[in-house]
Design a protein around this ligand. Structure first.
Ligand SMILES: [Ca+2]
Length: 513
C-alpha cells in the first residue's frame, strides 16, 4: 500500500519475543522503573472495556448538553469519570475510523482509507495484538465492519458487515449463528456472558461494539414510538443555504430534504399532500424519532452492562471507555450522515471511567483523537507504544494533568469520493479557534472557519482579507502536520489513482457496462 511505513519491526519483534509480563519484568531498562515497582508491588494492570457505538453524535448525549434526548446511563459514566469535549476523528467514516483506532495510525499509513476497496489488513500491528502479547485476554463482540477476519483476539463474535437490527446473524470465531431478538440487547448479552466465562487469572480487554444507531435506525419494540408525540427541536443550522461555502457543501447528497429516503429511512409514508418545508420537517422528525430510540436502547444496555460491572466487583479495576466511531449530522446543515470535517461529524463523544485514576465528574477540553486510543490503552497495560504509532497516550490528561507540549492542532483527511453521499475528498487542520479545509479531486476549494466568531460554520472567511495572516499560519501548520504524519498531496493523488484503477478494473470485469 502506498505510503505505508513500518519502523516498528524491532520493537514489535521484541514485544513478541517477550511474550508476557513475567518475561518483560526480567528485562530491566525496557520498562519504566516506577511502573515496574508498582507492578512488582502487586498492583494489577487494569482491565479495559472499550464500548463503541456507530454514528452516535456527541450532541445526542445529555451529558454533552443534548437538546433532543436523555442518556442517563451514559451520563452516569460521565459523572463517575471524565468527559472529553474535544475528541475528534481523523477520517470521519466507519471502517477507516475503526482502523485508525486499532493501529494508532492515520488512514494513509494503515491503508484503510475508505469503506470500499481493500479490506483492513489484519496482519499489521494493532493494540489488541500488543495487549495479547503482554498477557491480556482479548475479546471483540459486536460490530467489526473491517471486512477481514479479526486478528489479535482470543475470542471474537461479530456482526457480518453492517449486521441486522432484528434477529441478527453473528459470526463466532468463524461460525455463523442466527439469534432471535434485538441486536443491541444481543451484543450486550454476549458481552456479559464473555465477562462471566473469561479466564479469571489475567487482565482483559473487551471491545463491546454496538451497531446502533447506524442507518437505517430500526428501534426495538420497547423504544419505538417513545418520541412519537414529542416535537423534536430543529437544529439552528437546519436551513443552511451554503452561501459563502465551497461547492463541496452544495453538491453533497445527504440532505434530509432530498436524500433521506422514503420509506427506507422514514419507514412511514408522509401524510398526503405534504411538500416543501413541511415535508422536510416531517422527514427530520421521523429520522430523529428512530435515531434517538436506537440510542435509548444503547443507553439502557450500557446501563445493564455497568450494573454487571458493579455487581461482579469489576468496576474499580476496569477502565471503561464509551465512544462512537465518529459523529453525525442530526439535521445540522440540513443533513444526515457524516464524512465532512465540520464539527458535528468530526467530534466523537468520549467518556472514560477508572476510579483509581480519574476524578469523578471531570471535564477535559484538550484535543484528543481516535489516533490516541491505542497508545492510551497500551499505557494502562504498561506496554510501551511502538515508535510507529502516531497517536499519543492521554493517560496524563485522565489524571488531570495536561502536558505542556500537548497538541494544539489536529489533522484530518477524508477520501471516499466519488461515492454515496458525494462528500468530496478533503483534508484540513483544526486548532482551538480555527479550521482550514481543502477540498480536492474534481474541485480545488478552501474554507476557513473562525469557530469563536461563528461556531456553527456557516461563514467561510477564507477569502476575507482580515484573515489573510491566519490562512498563512494555518497553511504552514497544515503542511507541518502532513509532513509529521507522512501525508502529502502526492500521496493523496496516489490514492486517487488507486481508486481510478479499481474503477477501471470493475468496468472491465462487467464488460464495459
Ligand atoms: Ca460510523
Amino acid at each position: 500500500m502506498a505510503g505505508r511505513t513500518d519502523r516498528s519491526v524491532n520493537r514489535r519483534q521484541f514485544l513478541k519475543s517477550v511474550g508476557g509480563t513475567a518475561a518483560a519484568l526480567a528485562i530491566p531498562g525496557c520498562w519504566d522503573a516506577g511502573r515496574l515497582k508498582t507492578a512488582q508491588a502487586g498492583r494489577e494492570r487494569p482491565n479495559i472495556i472499550f464500548i463503541m457505538a456507530d454514528d452516535h453524535a456527541a450532541h445526542a448525549l445529555s451529558c454533552y448538553g443534548s437538546r433532543i434526548n436523555k442518556t442517563p446511563n451514559l451520563d452516569r459514566l460521565a459523572a463517575q469519570g471524565m468527559r472529553f469535549e474535544n475528541c475528534f476523528c481523523t477520517n470521519g467514516i466507519c471502517a477507516p475510523s475503526r482502523a485508525v483506532i486499532l493501529t494508532g495510525k492515520y488512514s494513509h499509513i494503515n491503508g484503510k482509507v475508505d469503506n470500499r476497496g481493500q479490506h483492513f489488513d489484519g496482519s499489521q500491528q494493532t493494540f489488541p495484538k500488543l495487549l495479547q502479547q503482554a498477557g491480556y485476554e482479548t475479546a471483540l463482540i459486536g460490530k467489526w465492519h473491517l471486512g477481514s477476519v479479526p486478528t489479535g483476539f482470543d475470542y471474537w463474535n461479530i456482526l457480518p458487515g453492517q449486521g441486522e437490527y432484528h434477529d441478527p446473524e453473528m459470526i463466532e470465531m468463524g461460525e455463523t449463528k442466527k439469534y432471535t431478538g434485538y441486536v443491541t440487547d444481543i451484543i450486550t448479552d454476549h458481552g456479559i456472558k464473555w465477562l462471566q466465562e473469561r479466564p479469571q487469572d489475567k487482565p482483559f480487554c473487551l471491545m463491546y461494539h454496538h451497531k446502533a444507531p447506524h442507518r437505517n435506525w430500526q428501534p426495538d419494540a420497547k423504544h419505538a414510538g417513545m418520541y412519537k408525540n414529542v416535537e423534536i427541536p430543529l437544529p439552528e443550522t437546519f436551513d443552511d443555504d451554503y452561501s459563502t461555502r465551497s461547492d463541496a457543501a452544495r453538491q453533497q447528497e445527504m440532505t434530509i430534504e432530498h436524500h433521506l429516503q422514503v420509506p427506507y429511512d422514514t419507514k412511514l409514508k408522509p401524510p398526503e399532500g405534504l411538500t416543501g418545508d413541511a415535508l422536510k420537517k416531517w422527514k427530520y422528525q421521523r429520522y430523529m424519532e428512530d435515531y434517538l430510540a436506537c440510542i435509548a436502547s444503547v443507553d439502557d444496555n450500557v446501563g445493564r452492562f455497568l450494573d454487571y460491572l458493579d455487581q461482579s466487583g469489576l468496576a474499580q479495576n476496569t477502565v471503561v471507555v464509551y465512544t462512537s466511531d465518529q459523529g453525525f449530522f442530526l439535521g445540522d446543515h440540513g443533513w444526515f450522515d457524516k464524512r465532512f470535517m465540520y464539527e458535528e461529524s468530526l467530534r466523537m463523544p468520549l467518556l472514560v471511567r477508572y476510579p483509581r485514576e480519574i476524578k469523578a465528574g471531570t471535564v477535559n477540553g484538550d484535543m484528543v483523537l481516535n489516533l490516541d486510543f491505542a497508545p492510551t490503552f497500551l499505557d494502562f497495560a504498561q506496554v510501551m507504544a511502538p515508535d510507529d504509532m502516531q497517536g499519543v497516550s492521554f493517560r496524563k490528561l485522565l489524571r488531570g494533568r495536561t502536558p505542556k507540549n500537548w497538541r494544539q492542532a489536529m489533522y484530518y483527511h477524508y477520501y471516499e469520493y466519488p461515492a454515496e453521499h458525494k462528500v468530496k475528498r478533503h483534508y484540513g487542520v483544526r486548532t482551538e479557534r480555527y479550521k482550514l479545509i481543502h477540498f480536492y479531486y474534481d474541485i480545488d476549494a478552501w474554507e476557513l472557519y473562525d469557530l469563536q466568531q461563528a461556531p456553527h460554520e456557516l461563514n467561510n472567511v477564507y477569502s476575507d482579507p482580515a484573515y489573510a495572516d491566519i490562512v498563512k499560519q494555518l497553511e504552514i501548520e497544515l503542511r507541518r502536520l502532513q509532513k509529521r504524519y507522512g501525508d502529502s498531496d502526492e500521496l493523496a493523488q496516489q490514492y486517487v489513482q488507486e481508486y481510478l484503477r479499481e474503477q477501471q478494473q470493475k468496468k472491465e470485469k462487467s464488460g464495459g457496462k
